[in-house]
Design a protein around this ligand. Structure first.
Ligand code: F6P
Length: 320
């Protein structure tokens, strides 16, 4: 019987995490559960940094980026000692269920924790990277690609006016989901992602040929996990002799007001996570796939998510 749950955010923050916290807390209160907010992610579980929340604790946060619960990466949670201490906090505070809002690293930790201690748990997928297997869209992804797109649209103006080549680096340590999406939506000419081999020689050949045909500006999007924009820009300049600039968008992609889509997804998944726990589901993540609410085993969610490089990349190149 679940009487008290705890909620935390962990890993990289994503816009919409606050909306998810709001939905978890208010759904729980509405169901007559007690709910505790854990601060600083898994670190807060290890160090007993938590407090009882009520309906009002989550007022005025629906439109805020970041997370009011704070977040951090916590290697200590992946150690035996860290997990033991986290479990002691759970027992000591009579917590019957744990909701973790985070990305695939956070889910890996949660799955290990569940296997060890059987604490009922649900994951809510939130990451700007959209790299959680079996899940169409993570909370924050839509906001992040729109932020990156806004920057790329601005860069296009100067690229066209000054007839330059730009190499724009976006986030995505191990995946090219952000890069491909913004390259397509931004009408960019090429994309370099970790999942796909690329040839700078071929790219430069295309640039020079395009230049001969009168195509005078070019934007290439690079996922940070594939290459560093300044290195690529330097090489393009050396190989083509054309004026090339590098822009690293960095953490601006992680912040800002969540879009309507990121908020509604977060609110829907927050409610679903609490209700799934109450129905006895555990060791799973909630997802909204093809407009249907589903749950998916954490073991599956933590596998590598494949990217549809062929179709998306092909389209980017066709439309150049
Ligand atoms: O949260 C995902 C992410 O933004 C990745 O795209 C990026 O590689 C990483 O986090 C950066 O992490 P940190 O802010 O800890 O350096």
């Amino acid at each position: 019987m679940i009487k008290r749950i705890a909620v935390l955010t962990t890993g990289g923050d994503a816009p919409g995490m606050n909306a998810a916290i709001r939905a978890v807390v208010r759904t729980a209160v509405n169901a007559k559960l007690e709910v505790m907010g854990v601060f600083h992610g898994y670190w807060g579980l290890i160090n007993e940094e938590l407090k009882l929340f009520d309906h009002r604790s989550v007022s005025g946060i629906i439109d805020l980026g970041g997370t009011i619960l704070k977040t951090m990466r916590c290697p200590q949670f992946h150690t035996e000692e860290g997990m033991n201490r986290a479990e002691e906090t759970i027992k000591k505070n009579s917590i019957d269920g744990l909701i973790v809002i985070g990305g695939n690293g956070s889910f890996r930790g949660l799955h290990e924790f569940y296997k060890r201690y059987n604490v009922p748990c649900m994951g809510i997928p939130a990451s700007i990277d959209n790299d959680i297997n079996g899940i169409d869209t993570t909370i924050g992804w839509d906001t992040a690609i729109n932020t990156a797109l806004y920057a790329i649209d601005n860069i296009r103006d100067t690229a066209t006016s000054m007839e330059r080549i730009f190499v724009v680096e976006v986030m995505g340590r191990e995946s090219g989901f952000i890069a491909l999406e913004v390259a397509l939506a931004g009408g960019c000419e090429d994309a370099i992602i970790p999942e796909r081999k690329y040839s700078l020689e071929d790219m430069c050949h295309d640039i020079v040929n395009g230049n001969l045909r009168g195509k005078i500006s070019w934007i290439i999007v690079v996922a940070e996990g594939a290459a560093a924009a300044p290195d690529i820009a330097k090489k393009i300049n050396e190989m083509t002799g054309l004026d090339t600039r590098a822009v690293v968008l960095g953490h601006i992609q992680r912040g800002g007001r969540p879009t309507a889509f990121s908020r509604t997804l977060a609110l829907t998944l927050g409610q679903a996570a609490v209700e799934s726990l109450l129905k006895g589901q555990t060791d799973k993540a909630v997802a909204l796939n093809s407009n249907k609410l589903i749950t998916i085993d954490l073991e599956i969610a933590t596998r590598r998510k494949e990217i549809d490089t062929d179709n998306l990349y092909k389209l980017i190149r066709i439309l150049t």
